[in-house]
Design a protein around this ligand. Structure first.
Ligand SMILES: C[S@@+](CC[C@H](N)C(=O)[O-])C[C@H]1O[C@@H](n2cnc3c(N)ncnc32)[C@H](O)[C@@H]1O
Length: 450
């Protein structure tokens, strides 16, 4: 068994899984459009001739996902309008990571993956389309079973287990529970009020799926991240669709994943690894403490940034009546460090930035001091090492706007003007750095984010 030493490891820096086929070889939209005419209307061209996708258009993202699954993975796939559309490179990161975990365990306990999957959901539409997608791919249809989550009558329940209230369970767990973090999904600094008492009250999760005596190498989960659709609407991912059933549950992802943790106590013999995506880094601390509470000894996290092309953050600010230009004026000194080009549009409070490799490094390096000579914030960490940076081969172009959406709440919005290889990682870091500076200067609360 893996070591049970209680080692706290810092999450790795955001990265792209090295085995992800898109890590060195991002999709060529132009080529794909020439091969798949149905994609053609969705491939737009920037002024410099680069092909791009409108990530805010659901039909574009769905068609791209369809084409990537077909072209690169030989899979037929479709979902109806408005359903949550997965991004292929992103899910590939998760799959590679989960497989790697399993390989790690299998190295110690030599068993073999039999390549069978069980997929579960609760809504009729999700189940219907999962079934259609499986049946539409004969070469794998025998390997995947779709199950509707049932009430626990037939399955083992938390109450039936020897743990009773599983979270306070005295019977410590021997298995491994893993949280995989996917920070690209959500605005990193939207800190909703935390209500620790909100519990997941929906149908059972793992307990409603796993049958007596079944063994799985791992479970994967993409939970409903939000507590309300209003909150979900702030997510740049809404361009990928998403119905209330997919996006929202009482207590959000914290409550949903807590329920998986509780189920994992009962099902500790049924899985080698329990994994879930986590949308909000801020929830990791809470979830990790839940894991510790139930006696979990090995917790692994990772963070992937593949595909992030837009960024949206909400910061709560000191003075609800401050004028927008106060925030806007912070942008130019930050981005112009090292000579990046900054075009300010004073009427719309938008800044267009174009930065070369060196200018990106300068923005992220030691020189990236808080603008206007403000006192250095302790929490502004030099979180970038040059070995992590994979600067773009061409200039990085993006647009940033900062304004008060409602009094006391600052909205930071940033979007890449084009995608080029691993650029999103650099882009993401730059925006995180900006966000830290704005927090440091204007926010009430101490920065608690990683
Ligand atoms: C964020 S969506 C993920 C959708 C899709 N599986 C994906 O990864 O793109 C969350 C999904 O969890 C499903 N869900 C909600 N409660 C559930 C439960 N108790 N068991 C299984 N799935 C559940 C929702 O219906 C929704 O489809």
């Amino acid at each position: 068994m893996p070591s049970k030493k209680n080692k706290r490891k810092r999450p790795e820096r955001p990265t792209i899984h090295p085995k992800n086929k898109y890590s060195d070889n991002p999709p060529d939209f132009s080529l794909l459009a020439s091969l798949y005419p149905s994609l053609k209307p969705f491939v737009l061209y920037s002024r410099d001739g680069r092909p791009r996708i409108d990530w805010t258009d659901f039909n574009s993202t769905r068609e791209l996902t369809r084409v990537l699954l077909l072209h690169d993975h030989g899979l037929n796939w479709w979902i109806p309008d408005g359903q949550l559309c997965p991004t292929v490179p992103n899910r590939l990161n998760y799959i590679h990571w989960a497989l790697e975990l399993t390989a790690f365990t299998l190295y110690l306990v030599p068993l073999f993956l039999d390549g069978h999957f069980v997929g579960s959901d609760v809504t009729d539409v999700a189940l219907e389309w999962a079934e259609k997608n499986v049946k539409g791919n004969q070469h794998i249809s025998e390997l995947i079973e779709i199950r509707k989550v049932t009430d626990c009558q037939d399955a083992i329940s938390i109450e039936d287990s020897n743990c009773g209230e599983s979270v306070n369970c005295e019977n410590k767990m021997d298995g491994n529970v893993t949280v995989v973090e996917e920070a690209e999904l959500l605005p990193s600094s939207f800190d909703p009020p935390l209500d620790m008492n909100k519990k997941y009250s929906g149908p059972p999760l793992l307990l409603g799926v796993v049958r007596d005596g079944e063994k799985f190498d791992f479970c994967m989960c993409n939970p409903p991240f939000f507590e309300t659709m209003e909150e979900a609407g702030l997510n740049p991912k809404t361009s990928c669709g998403g119905t209330p059933e997919e996006m929202v549950c009482p207590g959000g992802e914290k409550a949903f994943i807590t329920r998986i943790i509780e189920d994992s106590v009962v099902l500790k013999e049924s899985f080698r690894w329990f994994t879930s995506m986590v949308g909000r880094k801020v929830n990791l601390k809470f979830l990790t403490s839940k894991l510790r509470e139930v006696g979990v000894t090995i917790v692994k996290t990772t963070e992937f940034v593949q595909g992030q092309t837009s960024y949206l953050s909400l910061l709560r600010v000191f003075n609800g009546n401050s004028v927008p230009s106060m925030y806007y004026s912070q942008l130019s000194p930050f981005f112009c460090t090292g000579g990046a080009s900054c075009k300010l549009n004073a009427s719309s409070f938008v800044v267009d930035i174009t930065a070369s490799n060196d200018q990106c490094k300068a923005i992220l390096g030691d020189e990236a001091k808080p603008p206007n000579g403000a006192a250095t914030c302790n929490t502004l960490e030099a979180s970038q090492s040059s070995s992590y940076l994979h600067p773009p081969s061409n200039n990085l172009s993006f647009r940033v706007s900062v304004f008060q959406q409602i009094p006391g709440t600052l909205l930071v919005k940033a979007s890449l003007q084009h995608r080029d290889g691993p650029v999103p990682g650099v882009f993401s870091l730059i925006i995180q750095q900006l966000e830290k500076i704005l927090r440091c200067k204007f926010c009430r609360e101490k920065t608690t984010r990683n």
